[in-house]
Ligand binder design. Structure first.
Ligand SMILES: Nc1nc2c(ncn2[C@@H]2O[C@H](COP(=O)(O)OP(=O)(O)OP(=O)(O)O)[C@@H](O)[C@H]2O)c(=O)[nH]1
Length: 344
């Protein structure tokens, strides 16, 4: 009577530190027919999901989990999401995807995710871990791994490494990154993000023994701060906000990303991307990716003070109130500490 047990679905875990280039890589590869039957789960830090909006062309297939780091608070949600996907697939409510790519949050320690996948009775039966692929930036990789245990663990657990930003890394930076990879994970093959193929992303790695022990602590004081506002910003106000954020919080700011509603551009958002102090030239998307046309920003950093960031943002988003210094005051003397000011 019982139907044959369905073959387990190969699952690729795509990990890598904040801003390493996971979403960029996925965006390029999702257009490849090799991934036509893949479902993609994007997990992200921060209450406001941004990444799934930046993953283009896969509206039907993307499931975004909003709300915090995967290994800290989303383990339950990950299980529910993977189960929901199976149920929807089994009930034919969604196309019968035959592989799954899970993009972890940049702050995720992969060990608890792999534990979930290998130890959960039902998930372990229906999904099969194909490979852990870690994206490492040839520019920021060594610094990230030096400062953040999870970034080092992401490298150490990889079956394969995809090295990004080789197009902009100096010779010294690339060499330092390769030396780091040789130290943390000498066995993992390294591929260039610019040329790696979808087939190679999803290829099955030979089984390896992974150290799934938990990392000692959580994420230190790393947190994601989400900002949103209705009123459009002028381009100048946005530029000044970012400039101030960088100059006042640069060492603590690991990542800034989001969609900005700009005055005079009601139909398309400006995409913002910053990794540490490096900010890409903002570009306009062709259209808003969903019905929400507010400015949405997520700042992720270590030791960032949400109140200060929120006040700074409010000053530029035109919501200055008495206890929030207005834009003119900030621009006149942006960094001078003063009572009630951003730095005072
Ligand atoms: N020059 C260059 N820039 C890249 C490359 N890969 C990613 N970037 C840029 O780096 C920034 C971060 O890239 P994302 O793909 O969003 O990184 P992510 O790993 O998904 O980041 P999180 O979602 O924060 O974990 C963006 O501005 C990208 O355009 C690359 O190979 N070369």
């Amino acid at each position: 009577m019982s139907a044959a047990r369905p073959a387990p679905i190969p699952l690729t875990v795509l990990t890598g530190f904040l801003g390493a280039g996971k979403t960029t890589l996925l965006n390029r590869l999702l257009r490849d027919p090799a991934l036509a039957d893949a479902a993609v789960v994007v997990n992200e830090a921060g209450e406001i999901g941004i990444d799934h909006l930046l993953v283009e062309h896969v509206a039907e297939g993307v499931v975004a989990l909003a709300g915090g780091c995967l290994c800290c608070s989303l383990r339950g949600d990950l299980i529910a999401t993977l189960e929901d996907l199976l149920r929807a697939r089994d009930n034919k409510r969604i196309p019968p995807f035959n592989r799954l790519v899970l993009e972890t949050s940049g702050l995720a320690d992969p060990a608890p995710i792999l534990q979930t996948l290998t130890l959960h009775p039902y998930l372990a039966m229906r999904y099969r871990l194909a490979a852990v692929v870690t994206v490492v930036s040839a520019v920021e990789g060594p610094q990230a791994a030096g400062e953040h245990l999870d970034a080092a663990r992401q490298i150490a657990m990889a079956d394969r490494i995809v090295l990004s930003k080789l197009d902009v890394a100096s010779g010294d930076e690339a060499a330092a990154t390769r030396a780091l990879l040789a130290k943390l994970n000498p066995a993992a093959p390294i591929e260039d993000a610019g040329v790696v193929t979808a087939m190679s992303l999803i290829a099955e790695a030979p089984p390896t023994a992974r150290d799934l022990s938990e990392a000692p602590a959580g994420h230190g004081d790393i947190r994601a701060i989400s900002l949103a506002s209705e009123a459009p910003l002028t381009r100048e106000a946005y530029d000044m906000f970012v400039e101030l954020l960088r100059s006042a919080h640069a060492p603590k700011l690991l990542r800034l990303k989001g969609l900005i509603r700009i005055v005079g551009e009601p139909d398309r958002p400006l995409v913002v991307q910053g990794v540490r102090h490096v900010f890409a030239e903002p570009r306009f998307l062709d259209a808003w990716p969903d019905d929400d046309r507010r400015t949405r920003l997520v700042a992720i950093g270590e030791g960032l003070e949400p109140d200060l960031i929120a006040k700074l943002y409010a000053a530029f988003a035109g919501q200055a109130s008495v206890d929030r210094p207005d834009r003119a005051a900030l621009v006149e003397s942006p960094l001078s500490p003063r009572s009630g000011g951003l730095l005072g």
